[in-house]
Design a protein around this ligand. Structure first.
Ligand code: ADP
Length: 400
């Protein structure tokens, strides 16, 4: 009798050990802990069921084995399912939110309607492998599905949300594609003009040559601005975790911008007006070069997109006790509201040809957003069609 009990105990322990092994294979610590618990629960149930006379009809399922299991699964954020013989025994609320409220009791291939998942969840397959699923719970959502086979042949299925990583990866590839496209266009134009000028007849036609060289200069300058902006963006991103603390006086920066933008402002008949509503000089802790770039990008946009002959105002005011609000206001056509949330994306333009004609790279506001972020500030863009645009930058003030 004693040896029979020992044999049962050993069986129970070996099932628990198998569960732990599956847990280790599953990798993620939370998943691993859960698997270990399920395996333990199964083992305990087996041991108990074998001890109670006349009820040794094989292992109970994991779901039955642990009455606390539904509440444990409910506390976890990842969608989790327990599946046996292709039937969903248990689904936590996160799984129901993604796959539907009534999946318990359903065939798992109907619950997770995805060909790769159906194939992966076929009865004969061992657990452990991970596959990617696209489109469950929304077109742009991406999931990683991991399964683990428990000793009682119940399967634990976990879906991990990979949508954010997928979106970041897509942004990166879109960025590389956009940057290459932006560089290739002026480069193709330059190559075309160089080839034409290699031809003796064109080279001897002085007015034509002068016109072509002018276009080539514009295209080369466009590439130069683009490369400068790309380098700025990557430098600012690389420094995003170091908060700059040098006291920066903002009024002298405006004077520098007045000089730098003098030509374009004169061409468009724009006067740059500065209003300081603070009781002292605007000073913020920051990085002087980056704050100059922020102000210049915003002022240049206001000059470019504001109506000719109207003023551009740079306004300083308090915002709460410790913040300064810097507003750049123009009187232009304004921006349709649906574009506003996307303006700080790299290469996003409301009117691409207008931006290019004005010499824009499509990176100015993306750079502004990153500089504001590095300074622990906030950016707000408001616009009224036919009236103009206001960009507010909130920055922490230097303590006096
Ligand atoms: P760009 O080099 O094209 O000016 P930005 O990143 O600075 O790039 O701006 C992105 C887009 O936002 C611009 O192409 C333009 O369509 C719009 N925009 C920016 N500032 C203004 C403004 N003050 N008024 C109207 N539209 C603006």
């Amino acid at each position: 009798m004693a040896s029979e009990r020992t044999r049962r105990l050993l069986t129970a322990l070996s099932i628990a050990a198998a569960g732990l092994l599956a847990a280790a294979l599953a990798g993620a610590p939370l998943f691993a802990a859960l698997l270990a618990m399920l395996a333990g629960g199964t083992a305990t149930a087996l041991f108990q069921s074998q001890r109670s006379e006349g009820r040794s009809s094989g292992p109970a399922s994991s779901a039955e084995a642990s009455p606390r299991l539904p509440s444990v699964l409910a506390a976890l954020d990842d969608p989790l399912l327990l599946v046996k013989k292709r039937k969903v025994l248990l689904a936590n609320p996160a799984a129901k939110a993604v796959l539907g409220a009534h999946i318990e009791g359903a065939d798992v291939r109907l619950a997770i309607r995805h060909p790769a998942a159906a194939e992966h969840l076929a009865e004969s397959r061992e657990g452990g492998a991970r596959i990617e699923l696209a489109g469950l719970g929304g077109q742009d959502r991406r999931w990683e599905m991991a399964t683990a086979l428990l000793p009682d042949k119940t399967r634990l299925v976990r879906l991990s949300d990979r949508s954010a990583a997928f979106a970041a990866e897509r942004m990166r590839t879109d960025f590389v594609a956009n940057a290459s496209h932006e560089l290739r266009t002026p480069l193709a134009s330059l190559l075309g003009f160089i080839e034409t000028l290699q031809d003796d007849t064109a080279a001897e036609d002085k007015p034509l040559r002068t016109r072509f060289l002018g276009i080539m200069l514009d295209e080369a300058q466009r590439m130069h601005r683009l490369v400068d902006d790309l380098m700025s963006l990557s430098r600012i991103e690389a420094e995003r975790f170091s908060v700059p603390r040098e006291p920066v006086r903002l009024l002298p920066l405006i004077d520098q911008i007045r000089v730098a933008c003098g030509r374009i402002a004169a061409e468009r008949g724009v006067e740059l007006v500065v209003e300081n509503r603070l009781d002292s000089e605007p000073i913020v802790p920051g990085d002087g070069t980056q704050l100059l770039q922020l102000l210049q990008n915003l002022v240049v946009n206001a000059i470019k997109y504001g109506s000719q002959g109207t003023p551009v105002t740079v306004h300083f005011a308090e915002s709460g006790v410790d913040m300064l609000r810097l507003s750049i206001v123009d009187c232009g056509d304004g921006i349709p509201p649906e574009h506003i949330p996307r303006l700080t994306e790299r290469f996003y333009r409301v009117d691409a040809s207008r931006s290019r004609n004005m010499g824009g790279t499509g990176l100015g506001l993306a750079i502004v957003k990153h500089i504001v972020g590095r300074h622990r500030g906030r950016l707000e863009i408001t616009s009224k069609l036919g009236e103009g645009t206001k960009v507010d930058v909130y920055l922490p003030r230097a303590s006096s």
